[in-house]
Design a protein around this ligand. Structure first.
Ligand SMILES: NC(=O)C1=CN([C@@H]2O[C@H](COP(=O)(O)OP(=O)(O)OC[C@H]3O[C@@H](n4cnc5c(N)ncnc54)[C@H](OP(=O)(O)O)[C@@H]3O)[C@@H](O)[C@H]2O)C=CC1
Ligand SMILES: O=CCS(=O)(=O)O
Length: 253
């Protein structure tokens, strides 16, 4: 039987690159995301290589998540790796200028959505046992503060702590949990964050060397295929051309 990976947010960026990476290694794919046409296109690309099952799924909808997991067809039920990747940042402006609905959307997706999928797949992963892996996609923003990160960074801090806490409860089951925390990576992330501002997105990534979606997919695959006795608790990955900045100080005019 082939290994099976369940990917949230497979329609773009890291998730889409991960679908390609795991397919290249012969894994069966469960690909999810809200945009069905993108899932269908990805299935078309990969189904000649490996078995592919797609589900149009909004991770915020716990009933839909439970139903999607319950309805996994034969051949896709023994999920060995869960890539909890779906997520987004919104509203890069200061906290005091943000529409509260954007905060709710980030919490609903990055926190509630991630726990919805985790809860639905935990019995399967525990049943698979040794070598089963959950890769929760956090962010450097979950560890390091910066202006405009407000709820986004806080939601990724949740991902980190949830990952650590899950490890405690899963001790003895063989299931591994990793908080994978990337730095700047060129995907549709900034386009979404800026509400569709392509100029801002291009400006962020031009003149430097950001991570690529493929870089992160490679880390996901590496984590999922480590020898079963190794658990990366947290893997923070930045491009070489990114680092921290100095503390900000409010001076008199
Ligand atoms: N790019 C970066 O610099 C970094 C990104 N990250 C994190 O990586 C993850 C992937 O982002 P990235 O690939 O960069 O960004 P993209 O915008 O390219 O991809 C985001 C994916 O998340 C999916 N998604 C968003 N909301 C939902 C939802 N409610 N239900 C289901 N799927 C959803 C999207 O699918 P659809 O719209 O079809 O539903 C899409 O496939 C996110 O968690 C992000 O926070 C972390 C660190 C750095
Ligand atoms: O999570 C995304 C990376 S960053 O925009 O916070 O640096």
């Amino acid at each position: 039987m082939t290994d099976c990976v369940f990917i949230t947010g497979a329609t773009s960026g890291f998730g889409r690159a991960a679908a390609h990476r795991f397919a290249a290694a012969g894994w069966s794919l469960v690909l999810t995301g809200r945009r069905l046409e993108r899932l269908e296109a990805l299935k078309e690309e990969l189904q000649g290589q490996v078995p592919v099952h797609i589900v149009a799924l909004d991770v915020r909808d716990s009933d839909a998540v439970d139903a999607a997991v319950a309805a996994l067809p034969e051949g896709f039920t023994r999920v060995r790796t869960l890539l909890n990747n779906a997520g987004l940042a919104l509203a890069p402006q200061p906290a005091q200028k943000v529409d509260r609905r954007d905060w709710h959307t980030m919490i609903d997706t990055n926190v509630t959505g991630l726990v919805n999928v985790t809860h639905a797949l935990l019995p399967t992963l525990i049943d698979v046992g040794e070598g089963a892996t959950i890769v929760n996609v956090g962010s450097i923003a979950g560890q390091w503060p910066y202006p405009g990160s407000h709820v986004y960074g806080a939601s990724k801090a949740f991902v980190k702590q949830f990952s650590y806490n899950l490890r405690c409860d899963l001790l003895g089951t063989g299931v591994r949990v990793t908080d994978l925390a990337p730095g700047i990576a060129e995907t549709e992330f900034t386009l979404v964050r800026t509400g569709g501002d392509q100029v801002a997105a291009d400006a962020l990534y031009s003149g430097t060397t950001a991570l690529t979606a493929e870089d992160i997919a490679e880390q996901m695959f590496y984590i999922a295929t480590l020898p079963p006795h190794i658990n990366f608790n947290r893997l923070e990955v930045m491009p070489t051309r990114q680092a921290w900045s100095a503390f900000a100080i409010d001076y008199d005019e």
